[in-house]
Design a protein around this ligand. Structure first.
Ligand SMILES: [Zn+2]
Length: 289
């Protein structure tokens, strides 16, 4: 990687890992620019939802490095109020997508995180699905992530998540378990320094500048970044599978009324159309010929 590329690091959608020598502490920084805007251009979310969804996408990107196998990781914030769901997904290839469900009347109220749940689902392409659920009691997405790691993984973790409605960024520090550390005070010192990050610094500074500003007295090791991008996994075949859940009679009614069935992917708004022969083909038992 050339110097010019690395100095403009935060214009790219990427995840970058770092670690501190002689400690058991590692960290990650993510920037979501084009991938965040790809989600926002497909939906007209109220600002409060757009900002929270950006933070959730950043949290998801930070967790994507933990996918060591082919598969998907989904983060959901489930809430009892007007905003019922914030969801962001990533794959081992760094592909991101996100969606929110909310009452149209919500407008621009404050979003409450009381009595919610944070749900982390990991779906390997091969093998067992894993799901972890942690209660959310106030706070924000970063606090919910920290609780999740404390309770489910017994890992001390800190998250700093920012979104200004145009870009999203995340910063994470994590203390790895059961490693000998010659620097007992490191966790307090490194997290206190990270607490001084201003939102605009996390959003706008490139990683090396930010890490130097925070940790110029530390022996820090910065690894090659990996790319992130918006990508939707929808396909006509997947939408067809979803349509069959409605049952033949309901699809038949729609076909009688309008001659075709129009559906859009709720994530990316890609449009798919099914005519009668295509619907009939979904129910082979009904059409033995
Ligand atoms: Zn889609």
């Amino acid at each position: 990687m050339s110097q010019a590329q690395s100095s403009s690091a935060n214009s790219a959608d990427q995840l970058q890992r770092f670690s501190f020598d002689n400690t058991d502490i590692r960290g990650e920084i993510t920037h979501l620019n084009a991938s965040y805007r790809a989600v926002m251009t497909r939906h007209q979310y109220p600002k409060v939802i757009a900002v929270e969804l950006g933070q959730l996408m950043a949290a998801t990107a930070l967790l994507s490095a933990s996918l060591k196998f082919a598969g998907r990781l989904t983060l959901q914030v489930r809430l009892p109020g007007n905003v019922s769901l914030l969801q962001a997904e990533t794959s081992d290839k760094g592909e991101l997508r996100a969606i929110a469900r909310y009452d149209a009347g919500l407008a621009e109220q404050e979003l409450s995180f009381d009595n919610g749940q944070l749900v982390i689902t990991i779906e390997p392409e091969q093998g067992q699905k894993y799901q972890g659920i942690t209660a959310i009691d106030g706070g924000n997405i970063a606090a919910a992530m920290e609780n999740y790691f404390e309770q489910s993984e017994q890992l001390a973790s800190r998250f700093w998540l920012e979104c200004d409605g145009d870009n999203a960024a995340g910063f994470m520090l994590q203390k790895m378990p059961a490693m000998d550390s010659s620097d007992a005070d490191a966790w307090n010192r490194l997290t206190q320094l990270a607490d001084t990050i201003k939102p605009e610094e996390l959003l706008l500074l490139n990683n090396e500048v930010l890490l130097h500003r925070l940790y110029h007295d530390e022996a820090i090791r910065i690894y090659q970044p990996s790319e992130l991008k918006f990508f939707c996994t929808c396909s006509k075949a997947r939408l067809a599978t979803a349509l069959t859940q409605l049952g033949y009679d309901e699809l038949d009614d729609i076909l009688k009324q309008s001659g075709k069935i129009d559906v859009s992917c709720e994530f990316c708004q890609q449009h798919y159309s099914f005519d009668r022969p295509q619907v009939d083909a979904l129910f082979p038992q009904r059409n033995p010929h």
